[in-house]
Write a protein that binds this ligand. Sequence first.
Ligand SMILES: Nc1nc2c(c(=O)[nH]1)N[C@H]1C(S)=C(S)[C@@H](COP(=O)(O)OP(=O)(O)OC[C@H]3O[C@@H](n4cnc5c(=O)[nH]c(N)nc54)[C@H](O)[C@@H]3O)O[C@H]1N2
Ligand SMILES: Nc1nc2c(c(=O)[nH]1)N[C@H]1C(S)=C(S)[C@@H](COP(=O)(O)OP(=O)(O)OC[C@H]3O[C@@H](n4cnc5c(=O)[nH]c(N)nc54)[C@H](O)[C@@H]3O)O[C@H]1N2
Ligand code: SF4
Ligand SMILES: [Mo]
Length: 752
Amino acid sequence: MASTERTVFRTCPLCEATCGLEITVAGDTVTRIRGDRNDVFSKGFICPKGSTLKQLHEDPNRIRTPLVKRNGEFVPVSWDEAWVEVDKGLRGVIARHGHGSVGAYVGNPNAHNLSPLIYNRVWLQALGSKQRFSASSVDQLPKQISSGYLFGTAASVAVPDIDRTHYILMLGANPYESNGSLCTAPDFPGRLEALRERGGKVVVVDPRRSKTAEHADEWIAIRPNGDALFLAALANAILATGRADVGDRLRAHVDGIAEVSRALAPFTPESVERATGIEASVIRRLANELLDAESACVYGRIGTCTVSFGTTASWLVDVVNAVTGNLDSPGGVMFPLPAAGNPTTRGEKGRGKGFRIGRGHSRVRKFPEALGEYPAAVMAEEILTEGEGQIRAMVTVAGNPVLSTPNSEQLDEAFEQLEFMVAVDIYINETTRHADVILPPPSHLERSHFDLVFTAFSIRNVANYSEPVFELPEGQPDEWEILAKLAGIAQGLGAGVDPQAVDDFTFDALLDSLLKDSSSPIHGRDRDEIAGIVTTSAARGPERMLDLMLRTGPYGDGCGTNPKGISLATLREHPHGIDFGPLEPRIPEVLRTPSGKVELAPEPLLDDLVRLEAFMVAEPSEEMMLVGRRHVRSNNSWMHNIEVLVKGTPRCTLQMHPSDAERVGVSSGGLARVTSRVGSVVATVDVTSDIRPNVVSLPHGWGHEVEGVKLDVARRYAGVNSNVLTDHDQMDPLSGNAVLNGIPVRVEVVRS
Ligand SMILES: Nc1nc2c(c(=O)[nH]1)N[C@H]1C(S)=C(S)[C@@H](COP(=O)(O)OP(=O)(O)OC[C@H]3O[C@@H](n4cnc5c(=O)[nH]c(N)nc54)[C@H](O)[C@@H]3O)O[C@H]1N2
Ligand SMILES: Nc1nc2c(c(=O)[nH]1)N[C@H]1C(S)=C(S)[C@@H](COP(=O)(O)OP(=O)(O)OC[C@H]3O[C@@H](n4cnc5c(=O)[nH]c(N)nc54)[C@H](O)[C@@H]3O)O[C@H]1N2
Ligand code: SF4
Ligand SMILES: [Mo]
């Protein structure tokens, strides 16, 4: 069969590392997947998940035809029939209760998928409901909000320049398992090793001795949710040395240092010792190390974001970076310049409207809107609480909130009560089993790929476009066609609406906005001429949109004005990607704040220091605290149906310190009941000294043994759902982000 073999290169769509894959195909079968050694960014690196795109594609449980629920059972139907059901269901709910009664949840894989990145907005707008939710509010929202206040847009996240830094202080992140987040760096572990080899230092702050901590120079076992206090004290100690300085280049561009300095005065290293569990001398030493290092960066992730001081901690990460002279500087934290543009490259340079939240408030608990959404933690009550504006129907796209968001049992019950639900998903899982109609997108190998999101969080400026490996099966619409059709139906155009018409409308809207934007290279140009240029090279769908974005982006050909610039065609000619080089300083041009400065002392954050101080002086809780963790062979809730990934030592275990295990009376392999305010699970115990006493850890995304779930492999490795324990009442008040780490729990032995 060797004669029919072909090799294709594509970017892995599974995590933020965006590794290049080399895929060998014979006929319609993948024969091998390995790292693409010529990929400009990943250079052959791949993790165990990357090669399982084959198993994912071939998974017999992956849905291949639309499913409609009849008498409680899913029945395969034609696409035409499915659309009639979607139209009938949505139309009915809208007629009875109005547009505002349809809620929407979009999950994490959307961020790795070009079609929804462009067309989700279209159907969400057509739906016209304010009841929008996503995985952002169980994840990175606090960092986006703090960045929005500081730099002007929620996309202005400064990423650690790990290839050039001499020192990294990492909090609540475990890239040896996760491969990095809000920091796209394929082979993150290798890059940390290179940092140490060139004489640099890696310090990890985590209640667990994670794999990253194991490979670091120093592990600091912080108390869960101690990060904001720790960082406040670190900034306080740095400011106290008299050596704090944003650096010559930034001095004229940063406002608020004096205010920050004053506001952080109460947070001395001594006064945070008790609440953080970290000695004052350690904090002072770290302050000096950060100042002494030729360059240094502080980086915080899930453990810093998904806690009750998530936004404040995320802000203080950048405060420390700024006052040590490491903001927007090589080896510090820097702003990427993404090829397809984003809010940091559009509009007037260096100044803007700034960032705010609270354009509306959730109906029941009055939580402010952020980034056009309400917190996922209020979704259940919005479905369950009667009254005007109650959610009666849900649309989910690539999300599994029943396993991923707080107080799962309550949300599960809420989904059960919906009048109608549509899911765009590849599996019947804990969430989609509640759907009336499931619309399956093509497999990950049947679609094109471009990282619209992660090029904006990347430690190098790169661009990589991948063609689909396989053609769409007969009759299978592309994911963008599914979403465009959903938009048409939501708009009331009926089951027969042509997705191409929705696409034309979407393209026209983008083109018009670029023609009007005075910063765009096609500003004021002839509409038909530009449409002609783009349409010849990329007929329609996401490719046409991407082509226009690339051409008008920072490296683009400007549709003719910059002959050396790129278009989609250029990327097609470079299957291993294009490297535009290391990040370059972008302040002040990157800023979109009203003042045109980095606003280091935003009011909402200064105000929150009152709450932080109260937390500092309060008697620390005696209760045990639950934190999460990730494993390199797992991916949130949805890759547990792949045998090669889940087999072996069970991974959904409750990690516990020997002293706690002894007190509770459990040993490794035994069972313990973990109980929080909202729920209770029984988990297998794993006793380890790699965790702080009084802290237990359980990974999320498990608990597949639920009626109606059609994941044959995952059921055999079911595990338990840690989000049965997380509490929908516990939120970071500044962002509405869920608290997923530092959950007070009781642990008891279960005797068999
Ligand atoms: N306790 C606790 N909870 C957590 C976390 C934690 O650390 N601790 N982490 C949180 C974080 S960071 C995140 S991002 C969320 C994730 O939460 P979610 O985004 O809600 O869940 P995922 O597990 O990513 O589920 C993805 C869904 O998308 C489907 N899918 C996969 N690929 C595609 C595709 O190409 N198209 C379509 N249409 N569907 C697809 C899968 O079948 C699955 O149903 O979980 C959060 N929950
Ligand atoms: N293999 C794999 N890779 C993934 C994913 C996956 O599920 N599996 N998910 C992807 C997604 S959606 C995301 S968002 C990223 C997340 O990427 P990371 O943030 O690197 O992910 P985690 O491994 O959850 O690391 C969080 C760490 O925070 C620690 N922690 C808990 N509470 C606290 C605290 O209060 N303070 C401090 N300092 N630390 C704390 C935990 O012990 C844990 O080690 O990973 C992505 N990559
Ligand atoms: S690290 Fe992430 S992008 Fe790279 S192969 Fe693994 S899952 Fe894919
Ligand atoms: Mo995430």
